[in-house]
Ligand binder design. Structure first.
Ligand code: GLN
Ligand code: ZN
Length: 764
């Protein structure tokens, strides 16, 4: 008999109920009790969705973030929020959001300033962001198991076969940041007794199994961290629960021996990403331990090939007997809740998909096939097979023209006519820009009018012509503002774009869009990744008319504005039937056509945003170069088919380039604009040391903040930049797009920016 379980369920709700409840509470439009009740209702519903499983995760529900929950459970609150007298949940939101929850402020009496938010960063290689635990050499821990125990009590009262889920001590330390640069691992001795108390409290509350997540085991660990694992689990061995050590998102590789031999009752591995680990692990695993195989992909939205899984798992089931458990590869947090909600999704594409609920149905079916024999589920397996065959054979998935174009790619496709040194003077002669040229990153404020026009258009109340003229009016407005400001290279403002990936996905063949396919990104924020299902082609030009119109309004150079292939790929649900690399190259060929069409239309500067290039880095450093190679190649194919005179810009909104600078340089964009304003230009050191040869626009306006930068501050930042990069290769621009700001903030900020550039020119 095989046992089934799940590692975690999406908590945001099929209709994003949690999002709306949180935001209403934060705006003081509902009470804490109402929020707590929404939480209870969602948990009950989600457990009901999972009731066919042998073990159901409990404690995976969170009002904001499971890592922040862990910090609170361990009593590791940042000092700045300790001593808060209001409700604990409000204090939790203070750390999460950096300002006091409405009902907490008065009780606290600490004034209107609130507190700084905890830093947020990506959860492994997903698009989920967690609040980084903060440590110092003096950090003390103290158990507060109330949240977990309350969820467990609720589950028990509903008859749920509860398996509490906690983040393991080693991963918890690894994910945090020592604010004083002390050694985080030194805290392990202090941390473990609190974990022991937590596990015993769960045992007292009736838990038999506890899932303890240690995904850090799929990354490269040095001997100190490996030692920490041994230390931790030998100490927790005495606890009165059975521990299921869960790893996911990748391969154990050389950590397999360590994972197999920790004194726990069972191990979960990701059998999608770490399939090759499984057989060696079985050989290493002591005979009394459970092995849980994550055989259903928790990171994508495709139906599982159930027969293929059974072909692989049946012999393992025969060998392992009751020791075999089956599960999704990781928590289902990273997929949408329910495909059944989708009414408008293309019916054929829909028949190829599975969201969280459907993935659990698949798991149940696999267990039945193993426990009762495949004959017991013949019809279901046949239906699954039919859907997979239809997908594999669909002409909408397979486009021979695209496949042939990818097969024909050679390195000259990504090669500019001449090196930067030769093309730069040609561009300068054509563009005639001053020193320290000024520009912006692309978007201008998405005003009420823009949003209103878009929703009216989507609802069918505004016709094509009406929408076009509303957008043209917005474009004209931003061109006039930019001329008034005296910027040198203008943008059209991206009024017609709802989202920098969706906008292109909607116009490319091979993409589908869900209505409710939301996935939590952080807190109450969700994204709805487009679904890349087929070979990618571009039926017609996507941006040319808008840019041509914008250029017609001004004599200044107007930037064409595109999203690059790597970013489109990294922010989509992608195919599981071909390597990411191939999908990326297909996107590159499609966007390349757009670049060439823009050039043909007379556009002299073309920006190709690669905001998410860094996000795609694999978890293991040993795999970085392979990714970077095809990512850079894709960008080069997209960008480098233009004439010497055409200036290519790229933009990346992050600030860590040290470890990827060679690849960034290999992209060979004429100009790169980056986010630097908050790092005081120090990150330019990476470019300096590498002797980065092309032009750079280091951001001088932090667009995440409502603060208006002063002219002096911008001048200072640029002077620091000029200490590292020769002034003739510097641009002056904000950190990122301005779509989330108000015009009333943008105008003075850009006035100061333009004035700063003029002052810098005069100083020369
Ligand atoms: N061109 C985009 C904009 O300005 C870039 C957004 C981004 O980098 N995230 O909005
Ligand atoms: Zn950006």
């Amino acid at each position: 008999m095989v046992t089934t379980h799940n590692l975690g369920y999406p908590r945001i709700g099929a209709r994003r109920e949690l999002k709306f409840a949180l935001e209403s509470y934060w705006k003081d439009q509902s009470t804490r009790d109402e929020l707590l009740r929404t939480g209870e209702t969602l948990r009950a519903r989600h457990w009901a969705d999972q009731s066919a499983l042998d073990w159901v995760p409990v404690g995976d529900f969170s009002f904001y973030d499971q890592v922040l929950d862990t910090s609170f459970a361990l009593g590791n609150l940042p000092e700045r929020v300790q001593g808060f007298h209001g409700d604990a949940l409000d204090n939790y939101f203070r750390v999460a959001r950096g300002r006091t929850a409405p009902s907490g402020e008065a009780a606290c009496g600490c004034g209107a300033h609130g507190v700084a938010a905890g830093e947020m960063t990506k959860w492994f290689d997903t698009n989920y962001h967690y609040i980084v635990p903060e440590f110092t050499a003096d950090t003390q821990f103290k158990l507060d198991a109330s949240r977990l125990l309350a969820q467990l009590a609720q589950a028990k009262s509903l008859g749920v076969k509860a398996k509490p889920v906690v983040i393991g001590p080693v991963t918890y330390l690894a994910l945090g940041k020592a604010k004083d640069d002390s050694d985080k691992l030194a805290l392990l001795d202090r941390l473990l007794p609190v974990y022991a108390q937590l596990l015993d409290a769960l045992a007292d509350a009736g838990a038999e199994w506890v899932q303890i997540d240690e995904p850090i085991l799929v990354t490269e660990l040095d001997e100190h961290w490996r030692h920490a694992f041994n230390l931790a689990y030998h100490q927790l061995k005495a606890c009165r629960v059975k521990l299921l050590l869960a790893t996911y998102f990748g391969q154990l590789q050389d950590n397999a021996y360590l994972a197999a031999n920790l004194p726990v009752a069972g191990v979960h591995v990701d059998a999608i990403n770490g399939r090759d680990d499984v057989l060696p692990l079985i050989n290493l695993l002591p005979e009394h331990k459970v092995l849980s195989l994550g055989v259903i992909n928790g990171r994508n939205i495709w139906k599982t090939d159930l027969n293929a899984v059974l072909d692989w798992v049946e012999p393992l089931a025969a060998r392992l007997g009751k020791r075999l458990w089956l599960a999704p590869s990781c928590s289902l947090l990273h997929v949408p809740v329910d495909l059944a909600s989708e009414e408008r999704l293309d019916a054929q594409v829909r028949s190829w998909l599975a969201f969280a609920r459907q993935k659990l149905d698949e798991l149940h079916l696999l267990a039945r096939a193993i426990n009762e024999g495949r004959a017991a589920v013949t019809a279901e397996l046949a239906a699954n097979q039919a859907a997979l065959t239809a997908r594999a054979q669909s002409p909408r998935v397979n486009n021979p023209v695209v496949k042939a174009a990818v097969a024909k790619i050679s390195s000259h496709l990504g090669q500019r006519e001449s090196a930067y040194g030769q093309r730069a003077p040609k561009q300068a002669a054509q563009l005639r820009l001053p020193r320290y040229p000024t520009t912006t990153i692309g978007s201008f404020p998405q005003t009420m009018e823009i949003r209103h026009a878009r929703s009216e258009y989507k609802a069918g109340r505004l016709d094509d012509a009406g929408y076009q003229s509303a957008m043209r009016a917005e474009i004209e407005r931003s061109v006039r503002e930019q001329e008034q400001l005296g910027l040198d290279v203008l943008v059209h403002g991206e009024a017609e774009r709802n989202d920098m990936v969706e906008y292109f996905g909607e116009q490319l063949q091979g993409y589908a869009f869900s209505q409710f396919g939301w996935v939590q990104s952080y807190g109450s924020r969700c994204v709805k990744p487009p679904i890349l299902f087929g070979d990618i082609s571009r039926p017609k030009a996507m941006t040319v008319e808008w840019i041509r119109y914008a250029q017609s309004l001004t004599d200044k150079p107007m930037k064409g504005m595109l999203t690059g292939p790597v970013t489109i790929l990294n922010w989509s649900f992608v195919r599981d039937d071909q390597p990411r690399r191939v999908s990326c190259l297909q996107l590159a060929l499609a966007i390349r056509e757009e670049v060439l069409d823009l050039e043909k239309a007379g556009v002299r500067v073309i920006q190709i945003d690669e905001a998410a290039l860094r996000e795609g880095l694999p978890l293991r450093r040993s795999q970085w170069q392979d990714y970077l190679d095809w990512a850079v190649e894709s960008f080069r194919i997209t960008a480098n088919g233009v004439r010497d005179e055409t200036q290519i810009h790229t933009h990346m909104c992050y600030s860590e380039f040290n470890d990827i600078i060679a690849s960034i340089a290999a992209m060979d964009a004429d100009v790169i604009t980056i986010e630097t304003s908050r790092s005081d230009m120090e990150l330019l050191d990476a470019f300096d040391h590498f002797k980065y040869p092309n032009e750079i626009g280091p951001g001088v306006y932090d667009i995440h903040s409502p603060n208006i930068p002063t002219q002096e501050h911008i001048v200072q930042l640029m002077q620091k930049a000029a200490e590292r990069i020769p002034a003739e290769r510097l641009w002056v621009n904000p950190d990122c797009g301005l779509k989330t700001r108000q015009w009333s903030e943008v105008i003075p900020a850009l006035e100061h920016m333009v004035a700063a550039a003029k002052a810098l020119r005069e100083q020369e």
